[in-house]
Design a protein around this ligand. Structure first.
Ligand SMILES: *Cc1c(COP(=O)(O)O)cnc(C)c1O
Length: 365
């Protein structure tokens, strides 16, 4: 038997979330954001469920090439644009859309051979100070791209720094409106958080990522309250049980001390699997279908869990680290991070199973 850890990718949930996003998007078209190997879910595994999306947004040409090879005919947007002139030529050959956020990328468009074209998403730095032209340069770039022989279509875009928090989007939205004055073509502003919290920012194209995977971009609104379902479930089993006496310690650094005698389960999942090492004692975990907590430090290959509420649990008992019954966001929060990071950090050593209704021989799906 192999080590019992397993990540299961539930395609019906992904389809459900895409349908939910479509409702939220209204008239806007949907770029399914699949960067970081589809937020750790594996682009190759999930593409079948995303075929109905109007577009895919990603970073790597190789992923774009894969999607085209798999028959994906929708728009494909390179979110960081082309990294050099050669990339730009490949993007044209594959029929891609590219973000253009700097002068070097404008020059790469000028250098495209005659007949080669890309769709351009011209990016305004509206205040995040990450990618994009500042207002004055943005206007100049707009003029330069207007009617450019290498530009198949022009969309104006920006990205919000804080649609997920109390920051709001007002200042950025105003800057964008100013910079887009006189432009009647398509615009794209909204990530998951803006799509939900500021539906008037939807524009022609929305760019949701995290909600497609069934996690939340908000600190104070659960994924379930947004109507989406977890796509990834990380599960494992108890591989040992320790009866710890009162006053006994658990794990590296002896950071946990048992106040009374207790059973502790050792679970085959550690930080080398992608479980956050900073998850403190008390991080929720589901053992034998019962919600309990971690105790002591996360180690490379194992975590230790409190079996007090699960008296029937023993070696072999199933454990859910996050997923269908335990939102990844509830594990991320005590660890001082976000669901995004846990999903993306699923380690290559974890085997992955794809679950789809078509696979359910029992017909129960
Ligand atoms: C990652 C990303 C998104 C998706 O963000 P979510 O918070 O996952 O919805 C949208 N737009 C851009 C430019 C991004 O980099």
């Amino acid at each position: 038997m192999s080590r019992p850890i397993l990540a299961t990718i539930d395609l019906p949930s992904l389809r459900h979330n895409l349908a939910r996003v479509r409702v939220l998007a209204g008239q806007a078209r949907v770029f399914a954001v699949v960067k970081a190997d589809a937020y750790g879910h594996g682009l190759r595994r999930i593409l079948p469920a995303l075929m109905p999306a109007d577009g895919l947004a990603l970073l790597d040409l190789t992923d774009a090439e894969y999607a085209r090879g798999a028959g994906y005919g929708g728009r494909i947007l390179l979110l960081e644009g082309a990294f050099d002139a050669e990339d730009c030529r490949v993007a044209a050959r594959l029929g891609l859309d590219v973000v253009v956020h700097c002068d070097e990328q404008l020059a790469a468009l000028d250098a495209l051979p005659g007949g080669a074209q890309v769709g351009v998403f011209l990016k305004l730095n509206s205040g995040m100070n990450r990618l994009g032209f500042r207002e004055a340069e943005f206007r100049r770039a707009r003029e330069r791209l207007d009617g450019h022989r290498a530009v198949r279509s022009l969309t104006l875009m920006t990205h919000f720094a804080g649609a997920d928090e109390s920051l709001g989007v007002d200042a950025q939205r105003e800057r964008f409106a100013r910079a887009a004055e006189g432009f009647s073509g398509p615009v794209s502003l909204a990530n998951s958080a803006a799509l939900i919290a500021y539906p008037d920012t939807r524009g022609a194209w929305v760019r949701p990522g995290i909600v497609l995977y069934g996690a939340t971009p908000f600190a104070d609104r659960s994924a379930a309250s947004l109507g989406v379902q977890p796509v990834m479930t990380l599960s494992s089993r108890v591989i040992a049980v320790q009866c710890v006496e009162a006053g006994g310690h658990v794990g590296y650094g002896q950071t946990f001390t048992a106040r009374q005698a207790m059973r502790v389960g050792v679970v085959a999942c550690g930080y080398a699997d992608g479980y956050p090492r900073h998850a403190p004692t008390g991080t929720p975990v589901i053992v034998d279908g019962i919600r309990t907590r971690t105790v002591g430090r996360v180690s490379m290959d194992m975590i230790t869990v409190d079996l007090t509420p699960c008296p029937a649990a023993g070696v072999g008992t199933t454990v859910e680290l996050w997923g269908a019954r335990l939102p990844v966001d509830e594990v991320a929060r005590p660890a001082g991070t976000v669901g995004y990071e846990l999903l993306c950090a699923l380690a290559p050593r974890v085997p992955v199973a794809v679950s789809d209704v078509a696979d359910c021989a029992s017909g129960a799906g």
